[in-house]
Design a protein around this ligand. Sequence first.
Ligand code: NDP
Length: 308
Amino acid sequence: PDLEQLYVHESVENVIPAKAFVDAFSDLPVPAELVGDDEEYDASDGVVTYAPREEFLDAGWVHCARAGYDAFDTEAYAEADVPLTNSSGIHGATVGEVAIGCMLSLARLLHVYRDHQNETEWYTPEYERPFTVENERLCVLGLGTIGEGIATRANGLGMDVDGVRRSDEPVPGVSEIYDPDELHEAISEARFVAITLPHTEETDGLLSTAEFEAMREDSYLVNVARGPIVDEEALVAAIEDGEIAGAALDVFETEPLLEESPLWEMEEVIVMPHKGSATNRYHLDIAELVSENVERYRAGEELRNRVA
Ligand code: NDP
C-alpha cells in the first residue's frame, strides 16, 4: 500500500519535543510534517499522535505515541479497517529503572531524607525502618516489556521475583508465574508489588481493599502502569490504616493528581508526575519504532505492535 506522507500530531508534545521528533524522520522515504487539529487525512497518510482524534480514522495507519492506548477507540479502528499501533516494547529500561529507583528509595528512605533536607534537618529515622531490597520478594503484576525490565533489574539486586500474567510463558528474572485468579496468593508474601499491567476492563480497579488486606503490612505498592488499575481511595485508606506500608505512584486516577489528594502529604508515598518513561532520548526510541513500521507498511508487511 502507498504511504505518501507521515503526519505528526502536535499532541506528541505532551511527551516529547515535537520538532526534534519530526527531525528524527529525515532519512525516511516519505516526508514527515507536524500538524495541528485543522489537518485532513486520507488513506495514503500515516499519523503519529499522543491524543486520539476522530479524523485520524480517515488515515491509512495511526500510531499512538504511548504504550497505553486505552484512550483510543479500538473498535472504531477495527470497523474503519485502519491499523492502530502503539509504542509498547521500548519502556523496559526507562520505566524499569524508575520502578527500581522507587523500591530502593522506599527501602532506604532517600525520599524521607530529601523531605528533611528541604527543612535543613539532619534526620535520623527509627532504627527499624531502613532495610535492604536484597532477598526481599517482589511480585510484578503484568509481565510484558516493563514487567520484564523490572524483574531482570530486581534480580541484579538480589531480589526474589515472581509475577502474574494470563499466559504462562516464562519471563527472564521471574521464578514463578501466577494466574490472574491467583492474585491474592501472588501478592500476599511480597514486600513490593509492582503494577505493569495495561488498563483494560479486566484490570480496572484490580487493586482495592481486599488486595491491600491480602498484602503484608510492611509491603509497598509501586504503580507505573495506569492510575485506574488501583482504587485510589482504598489505597489511601490502606496506608492510613497500616494495611500496607506505603507506595510509589507515577500514575493516578486523575492526572495531574488533584491538589486535595491526601497522597501529596504522605511521607510514605512517593508521588511522581507520570514521568516513568521520560528521558532525553524518548523521541528517538519512538521514532525508531515508527520508522520500522513505515518500512513495514510500505512493504505490505505486518505492522509491529498492532493493537487494532
Ligand atoms: P506489554 O503489553 O509489553 O505488557 C503488558 C503485560 O500485561 C503483558 O505481558 C500481558 O501478559 C499482561 N496482562 C495483560 N492483561 C492482563 C491481565 N488481565 N492480568 C494479568 N496480566 C495481564 O506493555 P508494557 O510493559 O510496554 O506496558 C504496560 C503498561 O504500562 C502500558 O499498558 C501502559 O499503560 C503503562 N505505561 C506507563 C508508562 C509510564 O510512563 N508510567 C510508560 C509506558 C507504559 P499476558 O498476555 O500473558 O497476560
